[in-house]
Write a protein that binds this ligand. Sequence first.
Ligand code: BT5
Length: 263
Amino acid sequence: MIDEARLQSMLPVRGLGQPFHFFETIGSTNDFAKELAKGDAPHGTLVVADEQTAGRGRGDRRWLTPKGTGLALSLILRPERSMQNRVGVVGCMAALAIQEGVLKEGIKAEIKWPNDVLIGGRKTAGVLVEAAWEGTDLTSLVVGIGVNVRIASVPPEEQLDYPATCVETGLGKSVDRMVLLLGILEGIARWWPRLGSEELIGRINDGLAFRGREIELVGGEEIIRGTLVRVKPDGRLRLMTDSGEINVGIGGMRLHPLDLELG
Ligand code: BT5
């Protein structure tokens, strides 16, 4: 179990994690955070659960968080007006914060555009960013993060559309979930004021999976093939295709390498 009192005593981290809401079990931390964000919940509000029964991925996909095995958290961020055109990169920014958090534990991970973190080529964490608008004003972002920490967090293969693993399998030792959570918050707090900066984009690209490799982007009926070049400052992916270089927005796109190499 996550120790609520201990976690509470370690928050906030650079302004993130206050107020803090904890649930032993919840449907989806993102759903709860989105409701809070409709009210006056401030920037930095954090929702953490030890288990999700209706965790969501992008589109209509599910995200599984069995009790006591992983991290499931949602953070409310309130962008200033000047940041609105950079929010496309928030998913990758959160993935970078996760990558840095697991690196502190001692293992290298990669960012899979637009919202995943891989260890040894296998999905270990996912990010779900949901934005709320009033007219042309972006009023809030809910950044949902799911991390597989213990072996029991990894769903059975038949429930997966991409191979998966967890931090402890990659690392070969146990991890304090709360320390990992704090590390991730620290990364988000550090990068948030530098959203869209060259430094952030550089770091994302340094840690990006499949650079220079042949990939396929699939979104509904649309399939785009090309060589992955890099992530752009606005969060789009630059690809070299047969008809030249193109930038692809996140939309409902899913990325598949043409030659899957697993560690
Ligand atoms: C994601 O979606 O990867 C975003 C996941 C975000 C989850 C967090 S947990 C806290 C917050 N509250 C929520 O309700 N959600 C957020 P996507 O790229 O669409 O991937 C979804 C796919 O990942 C599913 O279709 C499964 O194949 C696979 N999957 C589900 N659970 C998984 C797990 N624990 N580990 C690895 N893969 C998983």
